[in-house]
Design a protein around this ligand. Sequence first.
Ligand code: 4NP
Length: 171
Amino acid sequence: MEKRYENLVSRLAGQPCVKVLFVCLGNICRSPAAEGVMRRIVEEGGEGSRWVIDSAGTGRYHIGQLPDNRMRVHARRRGLELTHRCRQVCEQDFDDFDIIIGMDSDNVRNLRRVAPTPEAEEKIVPMAAFVDMAMRYDHIPDPYYEGAEGFELVLDLLENGCSRFFACCRK
Ligand code: 4NP
């Protein structure tokens, strides 16, 4: 992992509470799935009460909607119920969260535009920073125009990345 991300994550490891926001474009596929995957990991790790987990989108097309049906179906097969309601990321999120994890480089670039200060910008980390290099992905690919395998790939990458992120932050 890059040094600047390592520094941020090692600070989180020392905190009594960790607040993470996952961000993608639509907030109906990747980021609500990341939220669900992460919530299960922290609960299974006995840290449910230590974490605040949410998701948002850089776009505003689907505000108020539940996650995409295809994402909900694939998540449910892994025992995850996704009930998040879509919202757009905003400046306030940079105060409310310790780390803001973008799914791809477009998300990261758009998040930089929303960040109100250079310090706020330092909270932005790409999800791929936590995904094992062996999975050979440097971003979480947008599944919106893909078939079933696109959604399964997203869940595989998120389970890997979120587990590794949790291991870095664990008390
Ligand atoms: P997400 O996927 O960013 O993972 O939620 C998308 C959802 C909707 C659209 C694009 C990507 N869209 O163009 O409406």
